[in-house]
Structure formats: C-alpha cells, structure tokens
Write a protein that binds this ligand. Sequence first.
Ligand SMILES: O=C(O)CCC(=O)C(=O)O
Length: 311
Amino acid sequence: MNDEEKYLFDLRGYLHVKNVLTPAQVADLSDRLEERRSPGGKRSPGRKEQYGSDRTRYPEGESGAFSAKSLIEWGGTYIDLIDLPRIAPYLEALLGSKYRLDHDYIKIDNAASQFKQLFLHGGGQGAGGERDRVGPSDGGQCYYRYNNGRIYNGLVAVAFELNTVQPGDGGFACVPGSHKVNFPLPADWRTSKTQEEMPECVDRVAAEAGDAIIFTEACAHGTVPWKGNSERRTIFYKYCPHAVAWSPCYYNADRYGELSDNQRDMLMPPSAYGAHDHTRPIWERVQADQAELQRLREEARASEETPPERS
Ligand SMILES: O=C(O)CCC(=O)C(=O)O
C-alpha cells in the first residue's frame, strides 16, 4: 500500500484497486458461480440470491460453529482469493500482520433489486450506534483508528467485481470520511428508496470487472438501488484482526481441499495469539473432531434415509 493509497484510505475509508483479478480469474469465479446458480438455466426473478458464509446463515440441522456454508467450498479461484498477493499488502497495512478471514459471500444486483433501498450502515467512531446493522450489540467494535504510525480496523471488506459497474448503475456506495466522523448519520439520510433520493454526501463507486473495492466497515456504506441494464455480481471476503470474530461460525480448514499454510492460518478461529505454535495444534484437533462429528452425522442420516429391505 503506497503513500498515496494510505492517504486516500485514511481520508475516505475506502480504496478502489484496479485490475486485481485477471480475466481468467474472473471467468473461473463467474463459471463456478453460474454452475451453482441456475439449475436448468432458469433464474427466478425476485428471488433473493445469496451465497457464502454470511454471518447469520447456517445449513439447517447442523451445528453452526464449524459448518457454515462458504464460497471456499467452490474451489479454484475462490480458494486463491483468501490470500491474493495483490491484496495481502493492503490487508497487512489495515489490519496488522496476522489477520483472519471472517466470512464471505456474493451479492447479485439486477432488475429484481431495483426496488431495494440504499441502507447506509456503519460509520462514525461508534460505527453507527446501537441501531446499526453492522454491530447491533456494540457498534464500537467496527472501529477505524490511526495511532503511532499504524492503522487499526475492526473489519475490512474486499469486494471483487465480476461485472463492470458503469456510473449511474448502482452498486457500492459510502459516505467518504464517515469512518472518522463524530456525529451519527442524520436519520433521514440512512435510507434512500431511489438513486434520486440519495444524499449528496454519498460517493458511488463505478468499477471494471476484476477491480476490487477495499473498505473499512467503519465507513457508512451500502448498496445503491440498481439501474443498470446488466447484472452486478460482487464477491465479498471480509477480514479482521486475529483476536476478533464477527461471524458466530468458523471455517474448518480441513473441508476445502488443499490449502497453503498461509491460507490455513487465515481461516483459523479467533484467538489472542492468532495463528501460532500455541494455538495451531488446539484448533487442528477441534477441526478434526468436528470433521469426525460431521461424518458420523452424515452416516446416521444416510442410514435413516435407506428404506428397510423387504423380507
Ligand atoms: O453492495 C455493496 O457493495 C455494499 C455491501 C454492504 O453493504 C456490506 O458489505 O456491508
């Protein structure tokens, strides 16, 4: 992260980083999404499409802690995104040397989302206050600070665009500088039903396919009602300091095939040590126990589903 980028991030609370993904990476991410998205090629307009490990979604009937859905299960470039060499220096500058991936998801905007209103959340030293969706029980967790030459953040999002978002289409927007503001967002500005209603202080960010928008969740932000002719498909990977967790469920690094040591470390559950000789063996054992539990559950479910043989 160079000095200009540090200046801009500190000033605005977000950074637009161009050409992060190659066309081949965009194509791979896109193909893997579409494979899962449209059984039989049919899309149901108006249906809420959500994929990934959003903070409060669990597969039914499972214990949430180690079994939340994740885009990482989709393999290929979804695994590479955990620790992209182009993005890692930004995360290190914004979060410190040991940070963890907390959750991931994809957001799709199209004609069906044109009536979804902009809901600005986060922002300010208390990150939006007690009614805020980012941290409803303690908004202050979603902090942005600068101290003794270092930047500190409670949660940093990396949004990877799979489609080009033209000016005026919609997509990511924020109130630049609101990560440092001392007053709550005026109530009338929190929601806007249309683009025309949006307060002037909101910045909309147009981006090309393959670009990334890195933002602190402490900056008031949201999604602009969609007006584009095509779709916006955006992948979010959200990172936090190693001792912090936003999602109530953790990744189980044993579930996603081959990962690098760094990727495994970044999927570790939170602890004061982060990925460390003290914590690694403990979590590896917990993950192995969870995998065994899951195997036993699947076995039990399969035997319940097998109809008894006729005598
Ligand atoms: O659509 C966007 O880029 C904003 C997403 C958002 O509000 C969030 O990640 O909290």
